[in-house]
Design a protein around this ligand. Structure first.
Ligand code: AMP
Ligand code: MN
Ligand code: MN
Length: 333
């Protein structure tokens, strides 16, 4: 019996929370768990609370049951925090966690602060959906639950491309496919399909991108006024960082968008040993070694200057380590 089952045996009311600006893994894991509870623990009253989720995930069962209003004074028996590395990333959900009798965090961020009573954190897992799969009874996963979990895995692995994808990830994806899900539509519909304006803003961000540190870094920014001009929100900016990352010769990609005047949500991606979780962590954010994020304030110039200082420092360190290794092999040979 897993720790999750043990706690669910006695809980009557369950609150499911994720992180601010929920992504595919966050929404997929929250709804995957919600649907699982509905079939396996029908006596439990469960509620998913998240910030406004993107409409492209509306095909997931339970999507219309997500509440964007967070509990203010209701005390749930058990609070489950998914895909969220620290308390501050729960946003308004923090109150629900504090009021709950008991809590479990299910996550895969290396920067997780283990802020719940029980914490199931597997940094080697591709996604929270992968961690969650390991806690569920495979036989009891319905097609609808499988759709949620598959969606999360697809989003956090960039459709099985990122280095977080393991043979275990593929095995789990295969088992979810065996539940009869329409995987091609999930991948096209929720990951690749773009509206006309989403393509326009992607094009604009690529056109205005700049490279620095001898082409090893690429950077682009979308300002509030650009978002207003195209009539887009932050949810329309998915995929821009992915395209920047695959630019030939690039070691590190940076994409940021303005959330308030001179306050930027920053995304960092690495193609090398460069640890972007460390850089994001320095600026109060977090994430994974090769994909991390943080919020920074100041002018665009300030932000980029601060980030590039840290990137360059790590690059010099890595170069030094590489050289030391080479020298070692030379002397031992
Ligand atoms: P993003 O660039 O927003 O796609 O995020 C990349 C990874 O870093 C995801 O796993 C996020 O959960 C994590 N992340 C992004 N922003 C933050 C932040 N401010 N604090 C902690 N983790 C973050
Ligand atoms: Mn996430
Ligand atoms: Mn995740």
């Amino acid at each position: 019996m897993t720790i999750l089952d043990k706690k669910l045996e006695t809980a009557k009311t369950v609150l499911i929370l994720g992180h601010v600006r929920p992504d595919g893994d966050c929404i997929g894991s929250c709804l995957g768990l919600y649907n699982y509870l509905e079939t396996v623990y029908p006596q439990i009253k469960a509620q998913v609370c998240l910030e406004e989720p993107a409409g492209k995930f509306a095909y997931l069962k339970g999507f219309d049951q997500i509440s964007t209003l967070f509990p203010q004074d209701t005390s749930y028996d058990l609070c489950l925090c998914l895909d969220c590395s620290d308390e501050s990333r729960l946003g308004e959900g923090i109150r629900g966690l504090k009021l709950a009798e008991d809590s479990i965090c299910i996550d895969h961020h290396i920067t997780n602060t283990k802020y719940c009573r029980e914490n199931v954190v597997l940094p080697e897992a591709s996604s929270t959906c992968e961690v969650l799969f390991g806690l569920l009874d495979e036989e009891k996963i319905t097609k609808e639950t499988a759709e949620c979990l598959y969606t999360g895995i697809v989003h956090d692995t960039g459709v099985f491309r990122y280095s977080c994808t393991s043979s275990k990830t593929m095995e789990i994806a295969g088992k979810l496919m065996d539940k009869g899900i329409n995987f091609t539509e999930i991948i096209d519909g929720s990951f690749f399909r773009k509206t006309y304006v989403q393509n326009q803003i992607l094009g604009r961000a690529l056109l205005e991108s700049i490279t620095f540190l001898h082409g090893k870094c690429i950077f682009s920014v979308v300002r509030l006024k650009d978002m207003d001009f195209y009539g887009v929100t932050s949810k329309d900016l998915d995929g821009i960082i992915d395209q920047l990352r695959i630019t030939e010769g690039v070691h590190c990609a940076i994409f940021m968008y303005e959330i308030e005047p001179q306050i930027f949500k920053v995304s960092l991606r690495s193609n090398t040993e460069l640890n972007v979780a460390k850089i994001a962590g320095f600026f109060g954010g977090g994430g994974h070694v090769k994909a991390a994020g943080c919020t920074m304030s100041g002018t665009i110039y300030d932000v980029i200057n601060n980030l590039s200082g840290h990137i360059e420092q790590q690059m010099i360190q890595l170069e030094g380590q590489k050289k030391e290794k080479e020298d070692d092999t030379c002397t031992t040979e």
